[in-house]
Write a protein that binds this ligand. Structure first.
Ligand code: EPU
Length: 302
């Protein structure tokens, strides 16, 4: 979708929102898949309610993009524009055991920064790609921890009211790869309360998680992490592996040879290829185990 109405362009400029025309989602997602649309870059949180109102008045549909690391986007010209927060400087400000983190901050860098200041707890998240906002929205977790456990407060823009709001941790429900945020609420910032731990000890934990991840996940390849959520008490990866589906491909979309719940783009996979592979694997697992696997990857195919 292209924005070229002069009044709308003027309104965006007045709000300090930068227009990046014809952004390629294949370059903005870790899967390397996705078509083209205009991208609006937001530098000030305060401009968001005005921006949402402006887009609403001009009937411009939009979606919020975080780090693009858990996302499968349709091919071709996309029928909505993308909103993205500009990476903050600095992304993290510490105050005792509290870390004030901008949602656009890189998750891995945030974990490392806190570790260097003797704040731990998030070691398991070290290799998880994406932004802190993205991790928050889906309650990212690994190796026995999840980000939701450390959330004290979240600043967000409510989709329903277009207002900036602050929620205390106890007002949000964090479950396995699921939160009580509305699908189009926009995460803006978070306060994490982290346990004190000496840097050396945190580093040991980080190294162990890194090693586990390197030995079991296809880190060098284009993927969106795990495609499916794990069903209660089971592992989607193990089930897909047991069915002998590693290496199963549709075009350049392929079930990883290393971890069967990672589907990788080995070259120029299209969204259509990846969606067909997901549907095929889901059906085979359903037939064999009677389990309907639920997507962990977020799909924008409208
Ligand atoms: N397994 C296989 N074959 C495979 C993959 C796994 O047999 O191809 C077996 C493993 O040997 C192990 C069991 O399945 O016995 C579980 O595997 P793993 O430890 O790799 O964990 P997972 O359940 O597949 C989850 C998260 C990962 C996270 C790891 C480590 C989900 C959907 N996945 O994977 O998160 O990194 O645990 O904590 O919850 C993600 O969410 O994108 C993600 C990568």
């Amino acid at each position: 979708m292209r924005i070229n109405d002069p009044n709308l362009l003027k309104g965006l400029a007045e709000l300090g929102v930068e227009l990046r025309p014809a952004a390629k989602l294949s370059e903005l997602t870790s899967l390397g898949i996705g078509g083209t649309t205009d991208l609006l870059r937001i530098t000030k949180h305060e401009s968001i309610p005005g921006l949402l109102q402006l887009l609403g008045e001009n009937h411009v549909p939009h979606k919020f993009l975080g780090g693009g690391s858990n996302l499968l986007v349709n091919d071709g010209e996309l029928p909505w524009v993308i909103l993205q927060l500009a990476p903050p400087e600095p992304g993290v400000v510490l105050e005792g055991n509290l870390a004030h983190v901008d949602a656009a901050a890189d998750l891995g860098r945030t974990v490392t920064f806190c570790a260097k200041h003797d704040l731990g707890g998030m070691e398991g998240l070290i290799g998880v790609p994406g932004t802190v906002g993205g991790a928050l929205r889906m309650n990212a977790g690994a190796y026995g921890m999840q980000i939701g456990s450390y959330v004290r407060e979240v600043k967000l823009c409510r989709a329903a009211t277009r207002k900036i709001d602050t929620l205390r941790g106890h007002q949000i429900s964090f479950e396995y790869r699921h939160t009580s945020f509305a699908a189009d609420d926009m995460m803006l910032a978070v306060i994490l309360e982290l346990p004190s731990k000496p840097y050396n000890e945190i580093l040991k934990g980080i190294r162990i998680c890194n090693e586990k991840r390197r030995s079991s996940q296809p880190l060098g390849q284009k993927s969106a992490g795990c495609i499916f959520k794990n069903p209660l008490g089971a592992s989607a990866g193990r089930m897909i592996d047991e069915l002998g589906l590693k290496g199963l491909s549709v075009g350049d979309a392929r079930v990883s040879d290393r971890h069967a719940n990672f589907f990788v783009n080995t070259g120029r996979a299209s969204a259509k290829d990846m969606l067909a592979l997901i549907a095929d694997v889901r059906e085979r697992v359903h037939k064999a185990y009677g389990v309907a696997l639920e997507n962990e990857v977020v799909v924008w195919n409208a």
